[in-house]
Design a protein around this ligand. Structure first.
Ligand SMILES: [Zn+2]
Length: 212
């Protein structure tokens, strides 16, 4: 089972890389607009709507229509990740979906198919090879909270979350699974780099004045 699981993930990574080539995806230039272009090319409708908290997105298809429902209110990086996760179902699982499979956070039932979609999305958005190259610029020292923040702020080319970076480092054996439990990366980032513009009071006031 371990071997076939590894082979399944490997095949999905290869699929991700070949789809990147097909759609001319460049890591630094891949965001929501580019993801939407792929959806348009594949004739998939995006339907933003409220969804239960266990669900970020759902892939649906019948003989005529293909659509993805995506939860309203997700931040940009998780939205992008979810959109690419659903592309894996589109390219690799259509038969399953037509046979009644429903994508959800129910990992017990659909664990392999779902984890495969996570593997696909991660490789599509930020290939392991590029990531491994990029982290070299920060040296061999051990990875702590501040180094992760520095990486995300100064080195990382992809639009990914702290969770993404943490999981990738974990996969590469550079950090341990529970090493950053309870760490608030965003808060620490603000301590180091200052409050982002859009959260600053004068900026909010100005925007409010403009729109009122
Ligand atoms: Zn899924």
């Amino acid at each position: 089972m371990v071997t076939s699981r590894t082979a399944y993930y490997e095949a999905l990574r290869e699929l991700a890389l070949s789809k990147r080539t097909e759609f001319d995806v460049k890591t630094a230039g891949f965001g929501l607009r580019e993801a939407r272009q792929i959806y348009r090319a594949e004739a998939i409708t995006i339907d933003r709507r409220p969804l239960p908290s266990c669900l970020k997105a759902i892939y649906m298809c019948d003989e005529v229509d293909v659509s993805v429902a995506i939860r309203i209110g997700l931040p940009m990086e998780p939205t992008l990740f979810a959109l690419v996760h659903e592309l894996k179902h589109h390219w690799a699982d259509q038969e399953l979906v037509r046979a009644g499979y429903v994508t959800c956070g129910d990992y017990n039932q659909n664990e392999l198919v779902e984890k495969g979609a996570e593997v696909f999305a991660a490789e599509f958005i930020y290939p392991v090879a590029e990531f491994s190259d990029d982290i070299k610029s920060l040296g061999d020292g051990k990875w702590d909270v501040d180094k992760i923040i520095r990486f995300k702020r100064e080195v990382c080319r992809a639009k990914v979350s702290y969770t993404f970076v943490r999981k990738r480092l974990e996969r590469l054996g550079l950090v341990s699974r529970d090493q950053f439990d309870g760490v608030k990366f965003q808060k620490r980032e603000e301590e180091i780099y200052g409050t982002p513009l859009y959260k600053q009071r004068w900026f909010r006031d100005r925007r409010r004045a403009r729109t009122s």
